[in-house]
Every structure is written in structure tokens, then in C-alpha cells.
Write a protein that binds this ligand. Structure first.
Ligand SMILES: *[C@@H]1O[C@H](CO)[C@@H](O)[C@H](O)[C@H]1NC(C)=O
Ligand SMILES: *[C@@H]1O[C@H](CO)[C@@H](O)[C@H](O)[C@H]1NC(C)=O
Ligand SMILES: *[C@@H]1O[C@H](CO)[C@@H](O)[C@H](O)[C@H]1NC(C)=O
Ligand SMILES: *[C@@H]1O[C@H](CO)[C@@H](O)[C@H](O)[C@H]1NC(C)=O
Length: 522
């Protein structure tokens, strides 16, 4: 009897916690993207879902219900063609140039590499069912068609904060006056010029993206994913039907904007669980530093070793004068004659280092992942923005008061010394950093649980059509009420015109009768 009840219980339990079949599409090879996207796939698997991941980053020890479909691991420079450039040289690219040269060229090439990968092609031919397709939103829209292929709801996740692309796709209001494109570097985003530049860039990006870039993505769908259920909606329409959008921001530091219920902020998701420990040697080194540590790392794409010689020397001269220990990610053996307080490593576990209490200052390129790590731990930043969203991340840090922007062209001994000494010695930066850290972590549900809740919500309600903006069914003229404004304008102009002509007519009648009277008098 007891056993029967136990067995029944077990059946009920497994039924209740039945996992879903989830396809997670994150083919972009970049390490910094994977740092943020990785916990989502692993946590879904930990919660018992059957997760299939299209990825270029292999996990060392994945759980048995985590299936990897490997994308050929090619770096962006291989697929664009040509040598890897010195990434510091990108500091000169305008947002438009950055799109043309890097994002659109790279996005097209990467989508093709993904779809042409042997394992992906093999996977596309197997017969599987999915309850949810999650895609990264990053210049690879062709893959959204998988939601149509498997007749599953689509959720999108972005490693960026709020911007035009994320708003347009679920028909969230644009809010262009405060929500600036992440690729622009505007010192005063809300000034007249700032808003004008943002509007211009938004229109430029939208037109090229919709009428040119998406067409290229459509071609790849036709080439690499045949046998789709007919009729196949356009990628634009599939995207517009997105159930959920996970955004890598949080209002505690980012610009607060209004969001539809299906846009969820999960900024800092990769910091929810810290799994690794600081390696013993590094821990000993940090523990031992008497005056604290300045940590300098320009991220996985920008290599310190490629710094122009005079800028590198400026850093070394200033570091030599510091009483703090300097820990620097330096990728090769080229750093000769370094000061005794400077320690270099070709790779450093950043998340764990920034969590160490001895870190006094983070000198970075302002990438979003690193900025969030500093924020999480209450560490002031000096940022040298190079490309993409880096300037904007640092501008937020500067506006809040826990960071300072140092333009690449301004790096010299004198300027470096002033900036470093100010951020280390003026307490306000640390106070602000601690304040941001507190409010960044103060949430009803942590970022990872919140992503899980909403992804499972979308599965529970089979796409949750009711949280989507009904405006997605409307055309642009209907949505903006332009049709009504035009009618009102015509009616108003018509009425004014009619009154005007009526007045002229009445006056002319009046004049006429007067002139007749005059004639009669004569
Ligand atoms: C899990 O997903 C894989 C595809 O990656 C599929 O082959 C397998 O049948 C699925 N398992 C379950 C229990 O649905
Ligand atoms: C696709 O992959 C095959 C080999 O798997 C290769 O021969 C071919 O050149 C690739 N096509 C493109 C456009 O990359
Ligand atoms: C510290 O920095 C703040 C903000 O930049 C500034 O207002 C203040 O005058 C500075 N204090 C000192 C002692 O320099
Ligand atoms: C939109 O997605 C829902 C599921 O979220 C699906 O039922 C519906 O068919 C989709 N509509 C279109 C036009 O693709």
C-alpha cells in the first residue's frame, strides 16, 4: 500500500515538473556574449528542461539534458576576410561605418557559417519538437525562422541594453529623446544635436536593416533551411510576433524607460551565481597588497599588447609612481622593464577578481559585461571606450558618478596621472560605486530567476499572446495615428479655406451692392 502511494506520488511529481523541449540559439562566437548567455541555457537544464543549444562555445561538463549542436568556431575576422586588425584602430569608426564594415558584414557571414555548419545542417534534418525557441538578437535574424519551423513561440535575448532595434521588434514605444542608440557616442545625448543625431541614425539603421539586411537574411533562409511549413512568414513578421524579449539592462543604472510587459530587464544575469573561486596564487597576491589593487583589462577583443608604444609607456610611467599593485591583462611577453608593482597575465578571471575586496579601481574599455561586474562589486571605473556600446556604458557611469571617461586620443602621462589619482583619492567615486552596487542588486527576483520565470511563463501560456502589444497588428500609419492626423489636417484646412472663400464671396457681394447704389445715385 505504502509503495503504491509512493509510486503514485512519484508519477504526480514527475508530471508536475515535466520539462519542456527548448531550442536555444546562440551561435555568435564572441566570448563576452557567451558570458552573459551561458547561465540561461545551463539553468534551464538544471531545472529539468531538455535544452538543445546551437552554439560555438562547448561546455566542459554539461548535464545530460543539455545537448550541444556545434557551430564551426570561426572568429569574426576570419569570416569577414582579412587579418585581425588592431582593435584600438576602431576608435575612429563612426556608428554608420561600424555597421557597414563590422556588424552587417560580420552578421551576414556569421549567419552563413552557422547555417552551413555540418552539425547544424544535420540537426535541421532530424525530427524534433520544441515548446520554445530562444534566439540571441544580434544580426542573425535568419535563425528566427526556426520558431516557424517548429511551430513554437519565439523568445529573444540581447546582450545589449535598450535601443531602437529591441523596441521596434515588439512594438514598444521608441522614446528616442532618452533612449539613445547604443552605438552612438554623444557627449550630451539629450541636447538638440544629440537628439537630432539619434533620430538620424535610427532612421538610417532602420531603413538599411529592414530593406537591405533582412533581405540578405531571407536569402539565407531559402538557401539553407528548405522544407519549411508553407506559407513561410517574412522574418520581419516572425520577429514582430516575439513573445518575450530579455534585455541586458537594469533601471538602477540605465535610463529608465517604459516597457511592455513582455520586455524584461535581466542586467547582471551572469553575476547571479558565482561558481568559480579565485585561483590560489592570484588570491594570495591580492590579499597581500597593502594599498589595494588597480585592475586593468580591455576585454577579450581589445588586446592591451596592441596599445601604441607611447600610450603603453604612459601607462607604465604612471603605474610606477602608484603605491597600489597593478594587475594587468597583457597578452604576450612584449612587456619588458615593467615596474615592480605591475603584474601581468595573459588571461585573468575577471568576475572573481572584481569580487575581491582589495580592488580599488578598474581600468577598462567599458564593455557592458565588465561594467556590470564593477557595478555589482561597487568598484569605480576609468574607461577608455573603443567601439560599440562602450562609450554609452561609460557615460552612464560618469553621469552616476562612479566612473570617468578617458578618450583614447587623450591618453598621455599627464592626463593619466590626473585621472587615476582623482578616481583613487576622491572618495565620491567609491561612495557612488557602493550606492549603485546596492541598488543594482536590490530586486524582488534576481536576474537569473526572473529570466527563468518569464521563459517558463511563455511556455505555460503557449506563447502568451495576451502580453504582446496589439499594435503589432497595425500598420505604421495606423499605429502612429498618422491616418487620423492627415484626415484632421485635411478637414481643418478645408474648413478654414471654405470660411475664407465664403468671406471673400460675402465681401464681394457687399461691394457689388454698394457700387450699384452708387450708380443709382449718379
Ligand atoms: C531532447 O532533445 C534532443 C534534441 O537535441 C532530442 O533528440 C531528444 O529526444 C529530446 N529528449 C526528450 C526527452 O524529449
Ligand atoms: C559550406 O560548407 C561546405 C563544407 O561543409 C564547404 O565546402 C562550403 O564551401 C561551405 N559554403 C560556404 C558558403 O561557406
Ligand atoms: C571630488 O569629486 C567631486 C565630483 O567630481 C567634486 O565635486 C569634488 O570637488 C571632488 N573633491 C575633491 C576634494 O577634489
Ligand atoms: C505568433 O505566435 C503565436 C505563439 O506565440 C502563434 O500561435 C501564432 O501562430 C503566431 N502568429 C504568426 C502570424 O506567426
Amino acid at each position: 500500500m505504502i509503495w503504491n502511494i509512493a509510486a503514485l506520488f512519484l508519477v504526480i511529481l514527475t508530471k508536475c515538473s515535466e520539462g519542456a523541449n527548448i531550442l536555444y540559439v546562440i551561435p555568435f562566437t564572441s566570448k563576452s556574449h557567451y558570458i552573459m548567455l551561458r547561465p540561461i541555457g545551463l539553468e534551464l537544464a538544471r531545472r529539468g528542461h531538455n535544452v538543445t543549444v546551437i552554439t560555438a562555445n562547448r561546455e566542459k561538463d554539461p548535464p545530460p539534458n543539455y545537448h550541444e549542436v556545434m557551430v564551426d568556431d570561426k572568429k569574426i575576422w576570419d569570416v569577414i576576410g582579412g587579418e585581425r586588425p588592431n582593435v584600438f584602430s576602431m576608435v575612429q569608426l563612426s556608428a554608420e561605418n561600424f555597421h557597414e564594415k563590422i556588424l552587417w558584414t560580420g552578421g551576414t557571414a556569421f549567419t552563413e557559417v552557422t547555417l552551413n555548419s555540418t552539425e547544424v545542417q544535420r540537426f535541421l534534418k532530424t525530427d524534433v519538437q520544441f515548446d520554445l525557441v530562444i534566439c540571441e538578437q544580434f544580426f542573425q535574424e535568419a535563425l528566427y525562422v526556426l520558431a516557424h519551423k517548429y511551430n513554437a513561440p519565439l523568445a529573444l535575448v540581447t546582450t545589449f541594453g535598450n535601443c531602437m532595434r529591441h523596441n521596434i521588434l515588439v512594438r514598444n514605444p521608441l522614446q528616442l529623446a532618452t533612449s539613445i542608440s547604443e552605438f552612438l557616442d554623444l557627449k550630451e545625448p539629450m541636447s538638440f544635436f544629440g537628439r537630432l543625431r539619434n533620430l538620424y541614425f535610427t532612421v538610417y539603421e532602420f531603413v538599411w536593416w529592414k530593406y537591405w539586411y533582412l533581405e540578405k537574411q531571407e536569402e539565407m533562409v531559402k538557401k539553407y533551411i528548405p522544407d519549411l511549413p508553407q506559407p513561410v512568414p517574412s522574418l520581419y513578421d516572425i520577429q514582430r510576433n516575439t513573445s518575450l524579449m530579455l534585455v541586458n539592462s537594469h533601471f538602477s543604472y540605465d535610463v529608465p524607460v517604459s516597457y511592455l510587459p513582455n520586455i524584461i530587464e535581466i542586467g547582471g544575469i551572469h553575476l547571479t551565481k558565482i561558481e568559480q573561486k579565485l585561483p590560489e596564487d592570484l588570491k594570495a597576491l591580492l590579499d597581500a597588497s597593502e594599498h589595494g589593487v588597480v585592475y586593468i583589462n580591455f576585454g577579450s577583443n581589445v588586446r592591451s599588447a596592441e596599445l601604441p608604444v607611447e600610450k603603453r609607456d604612459a601607462f607604465l610611467k604612471v603605474f610606477r609612481k602608484l603605491k597600489q599593485t597593478v594587475l594587468w591583462k597583457w597578452e604576450d611577453e612584449s612587456l619588458k622593464e615593467k615596474p615592480h608593482n605591475v603584474i601581468t597575465r595573459s588571461w585573468l578571471p575577471q568576475k572573481e577578481i572584481l569580487a575581491h575586496p582589495k580592488i580599488k579601481l578598474f581600468i577598462s574599455h567599458g564593455g557592458l559585461i565588465g561594467t556590470q561586474e564593477a557595478m555589482n562589486n561597487g568598484i569605480p571605473i576609468i574607461g577608455v571606450p573603443i567601439y560599440a556600446d562602450q562609450f554609452n556604458n561609460l557615460l552612464l557611469a560618469e553621469q552616476i558618478g562612479f566612473g570617468k571617461i578617458l578618450q583614447f586620443h587623450d591618453i598621455n602621462e599627464n592626463r593619466l596621472e590626473i585621472v587615476i589619482s582623482e578616481v583613487i583619492n576622491n572618495e565620491t567615486y567609491l561612495i557612488k560605486a557602493k550606492e549603485v552596487s546596492k541598488r543594482f542588486k536590490d530586486r524582488p527576483l534576481n536576474a537569473l530567476d526572473s529570466a527563468m520565470y518569464w521563459l517558463e511563463y511563455v511556455i505555460r501560456y503557449k506563447g502568451a499572446d495576451f502580453i504582446k502589444n496589439p499594435a503589432r497588428e497595425l500598420t505604421w500609419t495606423e499605429y502612429t495615428l498618422l491616418d487620423i492626423y492627415v484626415l484632421l489636417a485635411i478637414a481643418t484646412i478645408g474648413t478654414i479655406g471654405a470660411i475664407f472663400y465664403l468671406l471673400i464671396y460675402i465681401t464681394s457681394l457687399f461691394k457689388y451692392s454698394i457700387s450699384i447704389k452708387h450708380k443709382k445715385l449718379k
